[in-house]
Design a protein around this ligand. Structure first.
Ligand SMILES: N[C@@H](CCC(=O)N[C@@H](CS)C(=O)NCC(=O)O)C(=O)O
Length: 218
């Protein structure tokens, strides 16, 4: 039994849930999952039973409820300091926080043109100018983080961190929409897709039977 629980949406589609879930997995604490089906008539009411904000993910730790992926990551980093959710080095940590904030508040081009759909058979999508600008910026971010801070491992700041949790849904999108990438990015994406927690989530997502039509794009 554990007192920690995470409320998530469909693993195949819910990119924000994946971010919170990967961060929680990184703490090593056992936790329960409650999965709410997205895009159903009862979804809103079911989420409201856990959080008045009406969005997933939500983490419940005893009598503490935290909603919104960014607040969840900050809460988990504080509650489980040994998990290394933020890099130890001050400059790396500042950079990691900035790119996580940039993801949290932006990249609407990538988010709308390439909806996360883990079970999609990889295939290209037609060009979209805003998505292309976002892709270029994301590739620059990843290359910079790997070059400046990544020497200690295969992830953006060496060891797996909150930043990798935040960009993992983007990695999945770049794989399933066959977005062209450079070699440094390809190696980084391979590391994310091979991470045991990412593999566990993706396997569960692929096994889900539910379809959200709005996220099934050509
Ligand atoms: N800013 C929020 C966004 C969360 C979000 O939009 N979650 C989606 C699922 S991926 C959701 O709850 N959708 C339900 C709805 O919009 O009613 C976060 O970072 O957690």
């Amino acid at each position: 039994m554990t007192d920690v629980k995470i409320v998530i949406g469909n693993k195949n589609y819910s990119s924000w849930s994946l971010r919170g879930w990967l961060a929680l997995k990184q703490t090593g604490v056992p936790f329960e999952e409650a999965l709410i089906l997205l895009d159903t008539p009862q979804m809103h009411e079911e989420i409201l039973a856990h959080s008045a904000a009406g969005r997933v993910p939500v983490v419940i730790d005893g009598d503490i409820t935290v909603w919104d992926s960014l607040a969840i990551v900050e809460y988990l980093a504080e509650r489980f300091p040994d998990a290394g959710l933020w890099p130890q080095d001050t400059a790396a940590r500042a950079h990691a926080r900035a790119i996580v904030a940039e993801m949290h508040s932006g990249f609407t081009g990538v988010r709308s043109h390439y909806p996360m759909n883990i079970r999609r058979v990889p295939a290209e999508r037609p060009h979209d100018a805003q998505a292309a600008r976002d892709v270029a910026r994301i590739l620059a971010i990843w290359n910079e983080a790997r070059a400046r801070f990544g020497a200690g491992g295969d992830f953006l700041y060496g060891a797996f961190s909150a930043a990798d949790a935040f960009y993992a849904p983007v990695v999945s999108r770049f794989v399933t929409y066959k977005v062209p990438v450079d070699d440094v990015t390809r190696a980084y994406m391979d590391a994310v897709m091979a991470h045991p927690s990412m593999k566990e989530w993706c396997e569960a997502g692929r096994a889900e039977p539910w379809i959200v039509e709005a996220d099934e794009v050509d």
